[in-house]
Design a protein around this ligand. Structure first.
Ligand code: SAM
Length: 302
């Protein structure tokens, strides 16, 4: 049986990578957790049970994967690096509920890999009570598009227990009128409840990154999500709205609708919501931004 403990100490990793002739790639976010208690904390945070289908992005050496496999129905784990994929396969092949994909979790830079989604959907379809969760120590360079695009799906993960850069966790959890508040905060907070579970210093990873990280739990909130009638429109709207943070709301909105509404029409939208247009988008709550998006969308369609 796999002993996940032995696979995540600094000495084990060093020796194993040296034996296998593996060079690590900074640009792939290859920073491994060398504190097993934190690996366990990620797994615990996901509240796993036998009905869960787990997607892990970034198999690495497979130590978190093995821990997840002990607790979930199935783990679909994706690794882009051929050497790491091979290394992890050496011990994960024994686990019948682990599906390993040697692939990029993103397709064409900014979209989710359809092969990865098909694999998850296949396992979700096997039982009616199956739940989808993302549990991962994410490669930092793809964390934002991954989280954003998962929340654009009709059926996104019900829970994400993830390690990401602290700076990204700050942007996701940010409150209005703060420097970190923006399109991503709104996109996530209008659909989910978010908890910052732990801040971790660079020392708990090897090789040591320059910045701190955090464990975040993002729980899908179906009641919140049901209030977004057109998710594609809303996603684009929030991104466009925060293109130029220093502008006033009225001109920001006119830019965001790209000529689909004229100034009098936009003023009517603003009046409807009791706004003057002299506010800044960053001062509005996620709920206010959603109301604004809906008023704009309805007027475009009228
Ligand atoms: N799960 C391991 C752990 O906890 O130690 C590894 C985490 S490490 C932060 C991120 C992993 O993601 C690396 O193994 C890296 O090669 C892999 N990776 C980077 N970009 C990827 C991508 N686009 N698709 C899939 N895996 C990727």
């Amino acid at each position: 049986m796999i002993n996940s403990q032995q696979h995540q100490t600094l000495s084990f990793l060093r020796q194993r990578f040296a034996e296998a002739g593996i060079d690590l790639h900074k640009k792939l976010g290859q920073n491994f957790l060398i504190d097993l208690n934190l690996v366990r904390l990620i797994a615990d945070s996901a509240e796993l049970g036998p009905e869960d289908v787990v997607l892990e992005v970034g198999t690495g050496t497979g130590s978190l994967t093995a821990m997840l496999a002990e607790r979930a129905a199935v783990v679909v784990t994706v690794e882009i690096d051929e050497d790491l994929y091979r290394l992890a396969s050496e011990h994960l092949y024994q686990l019948s509920n682990v599906v390993m994909l040697h692939a990029d979790a993103l397709a064409r830079k900014n979209q989710l890999n359809p092969q990865m989604l098909t694999e998850v959907e296949k396992h979700l379809a096997q039982q009616p009570n199956r739940r989808w969760k993302l549990v991962a120590n994410l490669p930092y360079q793809i964390a934002t598009p991954l989280i954003s695009n998962l929340l654009a799906l009709d059926r996104p993960p019900e829970l994400m227990a993830i390690t990401i850069q602290k700076e990204l966790a700050d942007r996701i959890t940010a409150k209005p009128s703060t420097k970190d508040y923006g399109a991503l905060s709104i996109w996530v907070q209008t659909q989910c409840d978010v908890e910052l579970l732990r801040v971790m210093p660079p020392e708990v990873f090897w090789p040591r990154p320059k910045v701190s990280s955090a464990i975040l739990r993002i729980r899908l909130n179906e009641a919140k999500r049901a209030q977004i009638p057109d998710r594609d429109f809303f996603h684009q709207f929030v991104r466009d709205l925060f293109q130029h943070r220093r502008k006033f709301l009225r001109s920001e909105l006119l830019g965001a609708v790209k000529g689909k509404l004229d100034k009098p029409q936009m003023d009517a939208v603003l009046r409807e919501l009791r706004l003057t247009g002299q506010e800044r988008a960053e001062a509005l709550s996620p709920h206010q931004i959603l109301q604004l998006a809906e008023a704009v969308r309805r007027r475009i369609q009228a």
